[in-house]
Design a protein around this ligand. Structure first.
Ligand code: PBG
Length: 320
């Protein structure tokens, strides 16, 4: 009988790289960044290496990202004031709108994606407009979401990324963009967003912990598979250009399954808690940071993600 010895293909690094199936490329990554009105750049408490970046002088930070070879950023804004309906989210002179205009002026080829949601902008910290009974009003939320999206498009954004998990958000956004002749503004939908404790460091960074209740009535139950598949299918039908799954590492099976039923590109978001776990453990010397970054990102790609949102993006040029 012929001897079948799989280790022949692992003998040295040249053979290993010859047969490697999944490769990381700087073209696949999106760097999320946090913009503030504050005048100084400050490190985010639970996310060492990530910063609150002042709007004033943001072009210097962006230049660093562009020079690292990263081609796309995801913008989060931290407003000065919060209120019931998140007014700053759709203000033409809000933090995001100003940031987008500024960045586009300096870096017209950088792809700008904006997170579209309400939790950073509302005083209750929920992702939509809340009624007196504490429940999100879907129609009202969609109306305010439209205003937010159009103000981002007016500022020159390339893609909007709705993350509020409101039913028919993609349909509503696509229609309103088309009505305003923004056919070229795309939608990256956070279609499959699980109700996850891995968002903890992010919520602390943008001060968006809900003041009452939790997000379980709109974000997905980690115990389910059929529900996320339905969400992904609906969003593709409603006109999403890219479907996102989030978090990434605990949901590799979902990435794989969504990839099998969806034709548009699949994004995965390695979220704040996933970032902080690697940073914290590595800072104790318990794991090797760069090796774990590459291994985690490779597994996300192998599962089926075409592009990956990660706080490690800018750093990758030094370690890939
Ligand atoms: C806003 C939003 C969240 C994240 C991205 N967009 C937080 C949430 O839903 O609570 C999480 C990102 C991260 O943890 O890195 N809705």
């Amino acid at each position: 009988m012929m001897s079948n010895l799989p280790t022949r293909l692992r003998k040295n690094k040249y053979i290993r790289s010859l047969v490697q199936e999944t490769h990381l490329s700087l073209n696949d990554f999106v760097q999320p960044i946090f913009v503030t009105y504050s005048s100084i750049k400050t490190e985010i408490n639970y996310m060492p290496g990530q910063f609150h970046i002042p709007l004033n002088g943001i072009e210097l930070e962006i230049e660093r990202i562009v020079k690292s070879g990263i081609k796309a950023i995801l913008l989060f804004g931290i407003p000065e004031k919060k209120d019931e309906v998140g007014t700053d989210a759709f203000n033409n002179n809000g933090i995001i709108q100003k940031a987008v205009r500024k960045i586009k002026k300096y870096f017209p080829n950088l792809i700008i994606i904006t997170d579209v949601c309400f939790c950073q902008y509302t005083n209750h910290g929920h992702c939509g407009i809340i009624e007196t009974d504490g429940v999100i009003n879907r129609k009202k939320s969609l109306m305010y979401l439209t205003k937010q999206v159009i103000s981002h498009a007016d500022s020159g954004v390339d893609f909007v990324a709705p993350s509020c998990m409101i039913d028919e958000m993609v349909l509503t956004i696509r229609r309103s963009l088309d009505n305003k002749n923004y056919e070229n503004v795309g939608i990256i939908s956070y279609s499959v967003k699980f109700s996850s404790s891995f968002y903890g460091p992010f919520r602390s960074a943008v001060n968006s912990v809900p003041k009452f209740g939790d997000r379980k009535s709109y974000q997905l139950n980690p115990g389910n598979t059929r529900e996320p598949l339905l969400e992904a299918k609906l969003d593709e039908k409603e006109g999403a250009d890219i479907i996102m799954i989030k978090p990434a590492l605990s949901y590799l099976d979902i990435i794989h399954q969504v990839k099998n039923i969806i034709r548009c590109p699949i994004a995965a978001y390695q979220v704040s808690g996933e970032y902080s776990m690697i940073k914290a453990t590595a800072s104790k010397g318990w794991i090797n940071e760069n090796d774990c970054i590459l291994e985690s990102l490779t597994s996300i790609k192998r599962a089926g993600a075409d592009l990956i949102f990660t706080y490690f993006a800018t750093k990758l040029s030094k370690i890939i």
